[in-house]
Design a protein around this ligand. Sequence first.
Ligand code: DOR
Ligand code: ZN
Length: 347
Amino acid sequence: MTQHLTLRRPDDMHLHLRDDALLRGVLPETTRHFARALVMPNLVPPVVTFADAQAYHARILAALPDGTDFQPLMTLYLTEATSPDDVAAAAAAGLVKAVKLYPAGATTNSASGVKDFTKVQPVLERMAQIGLPLCLHGEVTDPIVDIFDREAVFIDRILAPLRARNPGLRVVMEHITTEEGVAYVRAAGPDLAATITTHHLILNRNHILAGGIRPHYYCLPIAKREKHRLALRAAATSGEAHFFLGTDSAPHVDALKEHACGCAGCFTATTTMPLLAQIFEDDAALPRLEAFTSLNGAGFYRLPANQGTLTLTRHDTPQAFPAKILTEAGPVTVFDPGFPVHWHVTS
Ligand code: DOR
Ligand code: ZN
């Protein structure tokens, strides 16, 4: 039996679009389904100032496929030298919707991130005043802390004190991967939300390592034990307003993934919507998919919900998806969920 599901057009509230040849290659994979995306600033060099964000925004618009009304929502990369006035001007202009904090060394291109949190306190105070959200890569970088514990330790050591110092600061814990993250968000008030990726709803750490090492499942934060994946599934499918989609779709060309020291990132832009429909169907939560993909993120960022719609169709037979996207920078492998997906976007 064919089944259709029509949603408001979704938003991807955490996306890596890169630049130049890779940008041109991956951008249509997002604009095909999504109306807006919050674009991460971890380019080399990073998008630090209002002027950087204006220039990157113009490059994204120039790379858009014809006939799309896709809107990139820009972010600034917080450094210890970031000026509160520059951030406030970028927000007042309506161009920049959030500031991203990477602890220095936590992930791809995070070398210019924050080491000494006292240095960014004036920026955080200004953001709290003007209501501009702070997006956090929530992992400690202390080499002594086990990679599987870095998110939970971040909550205790960094996030809780940071929020206590900055009452009213609106915070998004990006790409949560643990039951501790889910519990922390649920216990907090309306100033805290979390994004959840598609791949963290699918992977546990066995998928990366058991039976061979799978570089295309390596991302940061790394996928955790099964109980954590189940906590994320329950959170995403709950419909609760503080959980929403941020794919963290993070393209790297295959040569850099299939490598002795491979880059972190799962490229999910192409198939996220069919995969999420399958996941929500399997968890008997299809009526709550729209909240996760199209309403909760817009609500937190105080944006109007999209007017357009996206329709997915369920087929009796599993659907085929491209294995790779060919870009001028090289091939990029599309995330393989490892289970049959019966849904396809039809319009
Ligand atoms: O897996 C990831 N890839 N996690 C991040 O935090 C960064 C991203 C990237 O930019 O490649
Ligand atoms: Zn990311």
